[in-house]
Design a protein around this ligand. Structure first.
Ligand code: SF4
Length: 341
């Protein structure tokens, strides 16, 4: 019997009541949906998606700020996923500005080196991408280069979810990519079962088994099911770089209110590279009124298929909400792999 089948058998034996575990990672969701994992789990074991897609949690006010920068004749450089996220008036794809898709911050710097125009990198992502951007800023890129920092930190969102208790959860599957950089020390303060898991279906199954065992044994600790990549202290150099350049601030997430110290902004000494300061752009809260339930999907209290627009008015070709845009978005993943869970 394969290791995966053995774990599934163990889960079927051990899952003697309802269990719900949240992951906070689009890559976990893609692996779960693509491999059909939910269909082989015991019916009383639920995997809940959390706010694990950095593009999806970027609030409308930040998309509007990016559109304002395009209006100010800046060249905008960013990842393709952000282009179709709807702002208040259109998207980066539909605007008339000069918006270019790049594979990373270094490509945006290359554009700046070859032009006299202002180039703004829309810097989106969790702790996984922020250290690379920090390293770039420390290398003193050209004066016509700046970033709009849309970075977010995972632990403050977990803290918020635990305090609110809106989604009834027995524990968390921690994101392997984020923990590879940050380690998992800072998650040890949360009084719930947590397991760092990798991204192969067997990694995820092992993570689930360890979570079920923690609940059954009355333990609440952080265990590492991904030791080939993740250590408790993480990548010390990358963390140091990140906090040399960025500092936490209170930031809004799509579907959430302002979460204390959950965003990363450039420290004052790097203000010359801060597009918000340089172009006097304000990020405002925008009230959204639509049938889209992305906010509830991101908080783990609704599934994509609970949305009446799913697969009808809202598809990857014609997305209504951010969760149908990104390849890490729950709605897009479910549309591609799991339309009838
Ligand atoms: Fe929003 Fe579309 Fe997902 Fe519905 S299916 S929650 S409209 S992104």
């Amino acid at each position: 019997m394969s290791r995966g089948k053995e774990i599934i058998e163990s889960l079927r034996t051990l899952a003697d009541r309802n269990y719900a575990f949240m992951h906070i990672c689009g890559t976990h969701e893609a692996s779960i949906a693509r491999s059909g994992l939910r269909s082989v789990l015991p019916g009383n074991l639920t995997i809940v998606m959390g706010p694990g897609c950095p593009v999806c949690i970027t609030p409308q006010g930040e998309i509007d700020a990016a559109l304002e920068l395009a209006d100010k004749d800046c060249i905008l450089a960013t990842y393709g996923d952000l282009l179709r996220v709807p702002g208040s008036e259109g998207s980066l794809e539909s605007c008339r500005g000069d918006v270019r898709v790049v594979q990373g911050v270094h490509k945006a710097v290359e554009i700046a080196e070859k032009t006299d125009r202002e180039v703004v990198f829309l810097s989106v992502g969790f702790e996984t991408t922020a250290p690379t951007v920090a390293a770039t800023i420390l290398q003193s890129p050209p004066e016509n280069f700046s970033i709009l920092s849309l970075h977010r930190l995972v632990p403050p969102a977990m803290q918020w979810l635990l305090e609110q208790g809106e989604a009834k959860l027995d524990g968390f599957m921690l994101p392997g990519h984020v923990c590879a950089v940050m380690g998992y020390e800072e998650y040890e303060k949360f009084p719930v079962p947590q397991v760092v898991a990798g991204f192969e279906p067997e990694d995820i199954l092992l993570g689930l088994l360890m979570l079920v065992n923690q609940v059954r044994e009355g333990r609440a600790e952080v265990e590492n099911a991904y030791p080939r990549v993740v250590s408790r202290e993480g990548n010390v150099r990358a963390k140091k770089l990140m906090y040399e350049v960025f500092e936490p601030y209170d930031a809004e997430w799509r579907g959430f209110p302002v979460i204390p110290r959950s965003g990363l902004r450039l420290q004052e000494q790097f203000a010359a590279y801060d597009a918000q300061t340089k172009f006097d752009v304000e990020i405002r809260h925008v009230d959204t009124h639509s049938a889209c339930i992305c906010d509830r999907v991101l908080r783990g209290v609704a599934r994509p298929t609970d949305c009446k627009l799913f697969g009808t008015a809202c598809t990857p070709r014609k997305p209504v909400g951010a969760c149908m845009v990104s390849h890490e978005g729950a709605c897009k993943i479910w549309y591609l792999y799991q339309r009838n869970p």
